[in-house]
Design a protein around this ligand. Structure first.
Ligand code: C2E
Ligand code: MG
Ligand code: MG
Ligand code: MG
Length: 283
């Protein structure tokens, strides 16, 4: 009897695996269609300077308008895109779209720095930086209006060759940020030597700063350390006025989050930028 039920369990397990695999394959197929039929768009979320209250730059975030199920957020498909290497093609689309946007806004007189999220799979390609430069040149987008966000995990593991390319890209005026800092293990000697401009403190480090003394002490120590290494600090996922007030007191440079604005489509972002609301909201 026990044997039979054991076999039953195993059957359930294989069924579940098969179902997962089918879902993944369906998603991969949908992603291929999405690339070909241009179902991706970008949302823009501003970052604001904590002293002046002025917008400093904006993060371009990938959005998928699925014809049947509607808007899909990256959390629902980025992992599959990375596992299947489709992230290369999707990432190329993002780079091209951001370069075009920078140039278009520049022609309207909006000099807005945009940041893009880069996957390990992308940056590990030998010709990543030359292709990036080529797309920027093609659209007439100056590198000083671009920032690359690489995750803490990638920053801690990427090779010397990537560092050299990052350093060269910074000499051209581009900025590099470490994203989601505080979610993994960091080697601080490595952080010291890294060719970067900014470190983005992950939302998990920010969530309790207004309610917990310990959380505030940790965030403040992180900010002191990152400043000591010569980098600027951006707080991610700032949702309340109280968090903004704490961040000002503990010396954070800028922030991004629902407290100031959610990610917006292009027209809403331009309207937001023209209004003086953002400055009043922080000062
Ligand atoms: P991320 O780079 O850390 O981006 C910040 C995420 O936090 C965004 O989620 C944003 O909408 C969300 N967020 C912003 N403010 C707040 C807030 O106040 N509270 C909360 N709870 N969330 C906030 P989103 O757009 O769903 O993107 C999730 C992740 O997907 C990004 O995290 C990034 O790692 C990845 N991603 C997004 N776009 C791209 C892309 O073009 N390429 C690659 N490779 N990854 C991307
Ligand atoms: Mg990011
Ligand atoms: Mg982040
Ligand atoms: Mg993230």
């Amino acid at each position: 009897h026990a044997k039979a039920s054991g076999r039953g369990q195993a059957q359930l397990y294989t069924d579940a695996l098969a179902e997962d695999l089918t879902e993944k394959l369906d998603l991969e197929r949908d992603l291929r269609v999405a690339i070909e039929s241009k179902q991706f768009t970008l949302a823009f979320q501003p970052q604001v300077d904590l002293i002046s209250g002025a917008p400093t730059s904006a993060e371009a975030l990938l959005r998928w308008n699925h014809p049947e199920t509607g808007l899909r957020l990256p959390g629902a498909f980025i992992d599959t895109a990375e596992d299947s290497n489709l992230i290369i093609e999707i990432g190329d689309w993002v780079i091209d779209a951001v370069a075009a946007t920078i140039a278009r806004w520049d022609s309207f007189g909006i000099q807005q720095r945009l940041s893009i999220n880069i996957s390990p799979r992308q940056i590990e390609q030998r010709d990543f930086f030359s292709r990036l430069r080529e797309r920027m040149d093609y659209h007439g987008a100056p590198p000083r209006l671009l920032e690359l966000e690489i995750t803490e995990a990638l920053a801690m593991t990427c090779g010397e060759a990537v560092f050299k390319e990052m350093a060269a890209f910074r000499r051209d005026g581009a900025m590099i940020a470490i994203d989601d800092f505080g979610t993994g293990y960091s080697n601080f000697a490595r952080l010291r030597d890294m060719p970067i401009d900014r470190v983005k403190l992950d939302r998990s480090l920010i969530a309790d700063i207004a309610s917990s003394e310990q959380a505030r002490i940790i965030a403040q120590a992180m900010i002191g350390l990152i400043h000591g290494l010569g980098h600027k600090v951006v707080a991610e996922g700032v949702e309340t006025r109280d968090q903004i007030d704490v961040l000002k007191v503990i010396g954070c440079d800028s922030f991004q989050g629902y407290a100031i604005a959610t990610p917006m489509d292009e027209q809403s972002f331009i309207d937001w930028s023209k209004a003086d609301g953002p400055i009043l909201a922080v000062a």
